[in-house]
Design a protein around this ligand. Structure first.
Ligand code: DX5
Ligand code: ZN
Length: 232
């Protein structure tokens, strides 16, 4: 089984799972941060790659992904917020990504990019910003392992949750290829919003400020998980 398929089946057993978003963490002490998150028992790490063009913010690229790959065995869920992602899929695969998610708004041929990712043995994800209707990714769903629904406008941590996106999960499930796809939500997940996210079907819950604003990551994650609700 490919690295990506392995990762997805492992994550499926772990859902609902909080995935820490490495955007607001202490990059000056990455090794300590990863140890702290591993001790907290997280199932994967969410890596926010931003190019300063697709989003008005800039974070990191393949070098940090490679550095993280050397630090941990945890699955690396790489969220590409960039234009022309097709140019970098191979490099992020070589850097050690287990899941590579591209934005529907960054391509006019999502099925082709998702196939390119899967052909490298990596799990493929398709992401949609809050204003993008699910109809835009209907053709991509059968080619994806993960659908990432943004509950904030991609680009920054610490934004407010956009609850209107929650209906997208049911829409995705009703599409061809939507029954099995892993559903991920990203942005504004905290103890007030994680309940509604999970009762609407989200399985992977990306959290940045709700974890990294606290000293004790395990306690913060435990608190988030205590608010998880069953699918409605
Ligand atoms: C935003 C990123 C999210 C964000 C989450 O573009 O994709 O992963 O960092 O941060 P919080 O949980 O603080 O909204
Ligand atoms: Zn993200």
């Amino acid at each position: 089984m490919s690295r990506g398929r392995n990762c997805i089946s492992g994550l499926r057993d772990a859902t609902p799972a909080v995935l820490p978003s490495l955007l607001l963490c202490d990059f000056g002490n990455l090794e300590r941060e990863i140890e702290h998150l591993e001790d907290a028992g997280v199932a994967a790490l969410h890596l926010d790659v931003m190019d300063g063009v697709f989003v008005p913010n800039f974070t990191y690229g393949m070098t940090i992904v490679s550095a993280l790959r050397k630090l941990t065995e945890l699955p690396l869920d790489v969220h590409l917020m960039m234009v022309h992602p097709e140019k970098y899929i191979g490099q992020f695969c070589d850097a050690g990504a287990d899941i590579i998610t591209v934005h529907a708004e960054a391509t006019n041929d999502a099925p082709a990019i998702l196939k390119q990712i899967r052909d490298l043995g990596v799990a493929a994800g398709i992401a949609v910003n809050p204003e993008t209707p699910i109809s835009e990714i209907a053709a991509a769903i059968p080619h994806a392992d993960v659908a990432l629904v943004m509950s904030v406008h991609a680009g920054f941590g610490g934004q407010s949750f956009i609850a209107q996106v929650l209906s997208k999960f049911e829409e995705i499930r009703s599409l061809p290829g939507g029954a099995e796809i892993m559903l991920e939500i990203d942005g504004g997940i905290n103890d007030d919003t994680i309940g509604q996210a999970t009762e609407h079907g989200a399985q992977l819950l990306v959290a940045g400020s709700a974890i990294f604003q606290h000293e004790d990551y395990a306690a913060a994650i435990e608190n988030l998980m205590s608010q998880v609700k069953c699918l409605k």
